[in-house]
Design a protein. Structure first.
Length: 344
């Protein structure tokens, strides 16, 4: 499995290097992100709009964007144009396919044209959906939240086999954070959550001015969220560096918070909930890693967190060990991939 996984990763990297027209790729990715910006919440309408633009960009015949429900052990389609029987398979059975397990581990878009004969032979998706439907090409991309949770899947299918790589085929890989934010966002008001769905959230409206405090869009700020002023600074800082919608992690108060960010007029809407800790890092280790990735020295981190420099050094040793990396730069790259930000 390791050799196959490495082969898939290498093929994906070669695509990125060989694709022509980087301007075309970025313009296409921007079109999809713009569709996601039109609604700061992940309604079915937003998912359908994003999928429609993505289908046009990649030129596929069928597409699906689905959310994973851990409690029910199945996907639920937010938007798709597959037949009812195809949709039911993708929702209820795709995750049991050995090929899907491989795709989860690969963590990059997997194209049908790249599959080794051994994987094709064991795939129930190919046997029960792709071949009977006459699909000649397509891709599956598993989507992950900023803290590493699997949250959903993108499926694209084509009736014709692509003779060569198109630059726009790279667009889904560039939109993993955007697509994950769509499928992982809280349910819209009035929609009943399934069993096990995380419901304890708070949505803040963050004004552009640093002199104005964030305010909840309804009700009061819950006790677990704590002081929202430092969160406002983290949100503005992230929004200045990232293309929204996106998701960030912020160690704040006594919790690691996951914030889904989107534009609404001149405001930034931040939907907050408590997140799970990536790589088994403690809250303090995540605070140190966030400060480290911001470029601060051990002495500066110690002053900001009100601990000793020796304590900071010990935390960094533990962080490197848990991440399995050799230096601060490699640890910071993990923080960047998670969207980890400092609070305040």
């Amino acid at each position: 499995m390791t050799s196959i996984d490495q082969k898939s990763r290498t093929a994906h990297a070669e695509r990125v290097q060989e694709a022509r027209g980087p301007e075309e790729v970025m313009a296409a990715a921007s079109r999809v992100r713009e569709a996601a910006r039109r609604d700061p919440y992940a309604s079915g309408t937003t998912a359908a709009s994003v999928l429609a633009v993505l289908s046009e960009v990649v030129e596929c015949d069928h597409a699906s964007l689905a959310r994973w429900h851990p409690a029910e052990r199945r996907h639920v389609s937010l938007a798709d144009d597959y037949s009812p029987s195809q949709r039911e398979y993708l929702n209820a059975r795709q995750h049991t396919d050995p090929l899907f397990t491989f795709t989860l581990g690969c963590r990059c878009p997997l194209w049908l044209r790249d599959l080794a004969p051994g994987l094709r032979a064991v795939s129930t998706t190919i046997r029960d959906v792709i071949e009977p439907s006459g699909f000649e090409d397509g891709m599956t991309q598993c989507l992950f939240s900023s803290d590493g949770r699997y949250v959903g899947v993108l499926n694209l299918s084509m009736k014709r086999r692509r003779l060569s790589l198109r630059s726009t085929d790279l667009v889904p890989a560039l939109l993993g954070d955007c697509l994950a934010a769509i499928v992982d966002a809280p349910l819209p008001d009035g929609v009943a959550p399934p069993p096990g769905w995380a419901t304890e959230t708070c949505t803040l409206a963050v004004p552009p001015s640093p002199h104005s405090a964030p305010a909840p869009t309804s009700g009061q700020v819950p006790a677990w969220l704590g002081n929202v002023v430092p969160l406002g600074r983290a949100v503005r800082r992230a929004a200045a560096r990232r293309i929204l919608p996106t998701t960030i992690l912020v160690p704040h108060s006594r919790h690691l918070l996951e914030l889904r960010l989107a534009h609404q007029g001149n405001m930034i809407i931040a939907t907050c909930r408590r997140g799970s800790h990536p790589a088994g890092l403690s809250l303090r280790e995540l605070q140190v890693l966030a400060e480290l990735s911001a470029g601060h020295t051990n002495h500066e981190i110690a002053a900001r967190l009100f601990v000793s420099s020796r304590t900071v050094a010990t935390h960094i040793e533990h962080i490197l060990a848990k991440l399995g990396v050799a230096n601060r730069a490699a640890a910071a790259s993990h923080a960047g991939a998670w969207g980890l930000e400092t609070s305040g």
